[in-house]
Write a protein that binds this ligand. Structure first.
Ligand code: GLC
Length: 669
């Protein structure tokens, strides 16, 4: 728009805006000053007399300079500034609230913490093709079982291609599925179906050894330059072994190989040569395999036999437990101190390297990849704890806690407390516990402890803090089969699904790779599912309670009482009114427990669940809680008076959290 000397504005169509010309201060421009100067002057000066605008109506298409004049009037400027600062304040407040919420909220629990880990032994779970051996399609057919048990994390024992000398723990090809179990397509379908149903798949992973039929071993024994050092070789001859080391399965852990003219090390069967983990090329192979399965989408690994991954390179004899024993009688694992064949320096670096390789996959939203390590360290619990890693370097999410496997040996309340405390008092601060009461290597609970203790042991497992592990069949109280064998087969018999042929394990033919237990007509999933008081019903109840009630997942765990029969403890959460008292009788006799000195407990205690269902709902005075041998009680009570503040040495919590009852949220406290 051409501006005239007077400073008035010529509109595009040549019509003059009279109001503008007459009333606006623009006409007061001193000679030779530009309209822009005028605008700036007016912008900076608060002394504009608002009345001069009164006669002028803003109009569409007004030029910027004019607009600026209007917008600097107090009636526009003030609300604008108010709105501006309001926006700034709201944004800051939002940021502050977000930061506060993040800082005050305890971290969410991961899938591997919320659900129990259920172990499927694939040979024995469900046979879909009638060959008598369970398979991957069979597992897929039975996913409903996990749903009905409220279990989300499934560990499947090895299904790699294998000559099956150790039923899959002797791997011939780490990237293939054994035809006995199906095909890679079956695996992919199973995984997809599991994910569709919100289930996580944990694979068994065997870094310590391969099968002697693995391609690497053949190339190593023929001294292919690339593979020569893939295994642990030492000079020897057919009669003179390199040293006194013995295998876990008995006798020398060295076998002479005629092809290479040297001995190779095997800490398990002679068909399971130990990989040479000191060789970076071998570690690289293992890492590639980890990537292979993670890219397929598996949710985690159970790392097998990790303490055996390195051996001392000096190959000295291990010290004998009984120095007077003639060396030729030193044939079992228990005859030696395994100073040179287990838990060697560098072992944790290897596992941490594996873990680091898994981490990028965990960053995908909702796809945390989990690692659990298997290491039996017996009385050296501090060695097991090292697998938790450090606050700065991640290793396994937890090492398997095998100590409860010893419960049946000496069943009593004191023994139960001792075994639980072994873990709780040695576990690094803030770490997450876990509990194993059975697996494919150990006798079933019903056989080792006795049938009457199955319920109370499951109750212990599902009410302790941390992740429970359940070996298939323990949820219905299966027993070992009675076969004359010193193998681990008795605890690996076919899963008992129903009262049909082969207990429903194989519906097509009358073959099963191991006999079905004769009790299958009464001990099976179908019969127990809806029968109140059955092992499975109780398992289900306790597992649902554990996942629904915050004190079990996030609360304090405190010892209350332990004696020859009873182990009693409670679970509570600050701010949460409901708390739980467990009274478990592991002894051989009935007991009356007097908890009248525990002032935090109300006088009357009502049983929420007993392993003897006729006692559900029963009310006890706290001075006389009765339990039969093998009976366990879960008692729910209401109070805001907490036990842990005055018994801090008797209580543990993984990550402190409190509950804000009024709004129903958890916060760090
Ligand atoms: C683990 C397995 C066991 C196997 C051994 C060798 O301990 O649980 O079944 O025999 O490793 O792989």
């Amino acid at each position: 728009f051409p501006l005239e000397d007077s400073g008035s504005v010529e509109l595009a169509d040549g019509i003059r805006n009279l109001g503008f010309q007459d009333a606006d201060v623009v006409t007061d421009f001193p000679p030779h000053s530009s309209p822009r100067d005028a605008v700036e002057r007016k912008e900076s000066a608060a002394e504009i007399d608002d009345s001069v605008y009164a006669q002028v109506e803003p109009y569409a298409g007004m030029p910027k300079e004019v607009l600026l004049l209007y917008s600097s009037q107090a009636r526009y400027r003030v609300p604008r500034e108010v709105l501006f600062w309001l926006t700034v304040c709201c944004t800051l407040a939002l940021v502050a609230v977000t930061v506060a919420i993040i800082a005050l909220s305890p971290p969410c629990l991961g899938w591997w913490q919320i659900s129990p880990v259920y172990q499927v032994y694939p040979r024995s779970f469900k046979d879909s093709n009638g060959d008598g051996v369970g398979d991957l399609r069979g597992i897929k057919e039975k996913l409903d079982h996990f749903h009905s048990l409220n279990i989300k994390s499934i560990w499947i024992s090895p299904f790699y291609r294998s000559p099956m000398k150790d039923f899959g723990y002797d791997v011939e090809d780490f990237r293939d599925v054994d035809p006995l179990f199906g095909t890679m397509e079956d695996f992919e379908e199973l995984l997809a179906e599991m994910h569709k149903n919100g289930l996580k798949l944990i694979m068994d992973f065997i870094p310590n050894h391969s099968s002697d039929r693995h391609r690497w071993f053949n190339l190593s024994r023929t001294r292919d330059p690339l593979y020569e050092d893939y295994y642990v070789w030492a000079d020897c001859n057919a009669t003179k072994k390199p040293n006194n080391w013995v295998s876990i399965f008995g006798n020398s852990s060295w076998t002479y190989d005629e092809v290479r003219g040297q001995c190779y090390l095997h800490q398990f069967l002679k068909e399971q040569p130990d990989l040479n983990m000191r060789n970076p090329a071998v570690r690289k192979e293992i890492i590639d395999i980890i990537h292979f399965w993670l890219s397929k989408g598996v949710d985690g690994f159970r790392m097998d036999a990790v303490k055996h991954m390195l051996e001392a390179t000096h190959l000295r004899d291990e010290p004998q437990v009984d120095p007077n024993k003639p060396p030729e009688e030193v044939t079992t694992e228990w005859d030696l101190f395994h100073d040179y064949t287990t838990s060697q320096v560098g072992l944790h670096d290897i596992l941490r390297e594996f873990r680091a390789e898994m981490e990028p996959y965990s960053r995908e939203p909702g796809k945390y990849r989990f690692m659990v390590t298997e290491s039996y360290d017996y009385e050296e619990v501090e060695k097991t704890m090292m697998y938790y890693g450090t606050p700065l370097v991640k290793e396994s999410d937890f090492p398997f806690n095998f100590y409860l496997l010893d419960l049946p040996q000496n069943a009593s309340g004191l023994w139960a407390k001792h075994l639980v405390d072994l873990w709780m008092s040695n576990m690094p601060r803030g770490k997450w516990p876990n509990w194993v009461v059975g697996n494919h290597d150990r006798s079933r609970i019903a056989s080792s402890a006795g049938k009457m203790y199955v319920g109370v042991i499951n109750m212990l497992l599902l009410t302790l803090p941390g992740t429970p592990t359940t070996y298939y069949g323990e949820e219905i109280g299966m027993e070992n089969i009675n076969i004359t064998s010193n193998s681990r087969d008795p605890q690996r018999s076919p899963m008992q699904w129903n009262s049909d042929m082969n207990a429903g394990f194989n519906n097509l033919t009358n073959i099963t790779w191991l006999p079905v237990h004769p009790d299958y007509k009464s001990v099976n999933v179908e019969v127990q599912k809806d029968s109140e008081g059955s092992t499975m019903f109780q398992y289900n109840f306790l597992n649902s309670l554990r996942q629904a009630e915050l004190p079990f997942l996030r609360g304090w765990f405190c010892y209350v009482q332990a004696d020859a029969n009873i182990f009693s403890y409670l679970r509570e959460l600050d701010g949460h009114k409901e708390a739980y008292l467990m009274v478990l009788n592991f002894g051989k006799q009935s007991a009356t427990t007097d908890l009248s000195s525990v002032r935090e407990l109300p006088d009357q205690l009502k049983v929420l669940m007993s392993t003897n269902s006729t006692n559900n709902g029963k009310v006890f005075q706290k001075s006389g809680i009765q339990t039969a041998a093998g009976e366990g009680l879960v008692i729910r009570y209401s109070t805001y008076t907490r036990f842990h503040p005055s018994h801090s040495t008797e209580c543990y919590v993984s990550e402190k959290a409190c509950y804000l009852d009024t709004v129903g949220i958890l916060y760090k406290c």
